[in-house]
Design a protein around this ligand. Structure first.
Ligand code: GLV
Ligand code: MG
Length: 361
């Protein structure tokens, strides 16, 4: 067992000191690109300031014979781009049992370790996977002289990973967050879906029969296949002070269901989702920024609650310490997002942010 006192000690001589808190930077959309694609690489300057996180994907969706091109492309993008204050650079490396991951990590940390904010690790099975990456990153950071620790984000996409999610979330001070990976998770669990995230028309509840007529008309309602896993992931993340995310929504054309899935995740506690196509960026931005009405209501409750104790009636509803705490979550998020976004600051009537020339609406 590792002593609690050692938890925040670097895992290699010369590696940067682990952080005690996950840095609070907006990450409403983690926008995936294939860095080996010249077409996508050319679009990077437009994405800086427009997305909270730009992620160079090296894993699934990149063909085996394009893995090196993707890795080299990411190094080139990281070197050539000034990401400014508002956009973070992440990568998703290949799985720990793949032939590519060691070169992914050694190359990226050695060449652009000072520019990478977070490494997303797929198919994490348990805390032992995080421990492996933790030590390796520390060794590589020490060798490359990286000044601040690169954080780690796990994808929850195996049944064993779900069973171990609390231990994964607390495995290292490097842990930044966890994303649901519904496609791999469905396969690993032997679910009978054939989609990348979202619902399924067969997963439903049906009204009781009227007058015993089982064949008569009865309303049905599609249910959320991902509710249990997202809720469990949110609890594990909250318990360890790290951030939960919904992952991919593969039906790019179905912008309505994408928004619903993202909103369910937001309401349950997630802070962002993956965007696989530019059309999903605006959806994530809309969903993971609280509405102006919620912010205004939260402010009213805060004002009405005075010193924060007791209870008051507002519009016929009882507000107390607990509803105030929910309102403070909304207000804190609105304040934080407003620091990066003048339009949101105006919408929420928050003090305007310091301008960043790269920031786009
Ligand atoms: C994401 O990687 C997924 O498998 O859903
Ligand atoms: Mg996956």
């Amino acid at each position: 067992m590792r002593s609690a006192k050692d938890f925040f000690a670097p895992l290699a001589v010369g590696a940067p000191t682990p952080l005690r808190e996950v840095p609070v930077r907006p990450s409403r959309m983690i926008h995936f690109i294939d860095p080996g694609s010249e077409r996508m690489a050319a679009k990077v300057p437009e994405l800086v300031g427009a997305v909270d996180v730009l992620l160079g994907n090296l894993e699934d969706a990149v063909r085996g014979d394009r893995k090196e091109a993707a890795r080299d492309g990411l190094v080139a993008i990281a070197r050539a781009t000034d990401f400014g204050r508002h956009t973070q650079l992440w990568t998703r490396v290949n799985a720990l049992d793949s032939p590519w991951v060691l070169d992914d990590l050694t190359t990226l940390v050695a060449q652009v370790g000072d520019r990478l904010d977070v490494v997303m690790v797929p198919k994490v099975q348990g805390p032992e996977d995080i421990h492996y990456v933790d030590r390796l990153l520390a060794q590589l950071e020490a060798r490359a002289g990286v000044p601040r620790p690169i954080l780690v984000h796990a994808i929850l996409e195996t049944a064993r990973g779900v069973a171990n999610v609390e231990a994964i979330a607390g495995a290292s001070p490097r842990m930044q967050g966890i994303s649901l990976g519904p496609a791999d998770l469905a396969a690993d669990r032997r679910m009978k879906t054939t989609r990348v995230g979202g619902g399924h028309p067969g997963y439903l509840v049906r009204e009781d029969p009227v007058g015993g007529d089982v064949m008569g008309p009865r309303a049905t309602s599609q249910q959320d296949l991902w509710h249990y896993t997202i809720a469990r992931m949110v609890d594990a993340c909250a318990m360890h002070g790290i951030l939960p995310y919904y992952g991919p929504f593969g039906d790019i054309a179905d912008v309505v269901a994408c928004e619903d899935q993202f909103r369910n995740a937001f309401l349950l506690g997630c802070v962002g989702a993956w965007t696989l196509h530019p059309s999903q960026i605006a959806i994530a931005k809309r969903v993971f920024s609280p509405s102006a009405e919620d912010v205004a209501h939260a402010r009213r409750v805060k004002e009405a609650m005075g010193d924060g104790t007791g209870a008051v009636m507002l519009d016929g509803r009882m507000e107390d310490d607990a509803s105030l705490k929910q309102c403070l979550v909304i207000l804190e998020l609105a304040e934080r997002l407003s620091q990066n976004d003048a339009e949101l600051a105006e919408l929420y009537a928050v003090r305007p942010p310091t301008p960043d020339p790269r920031a786009r609406a």
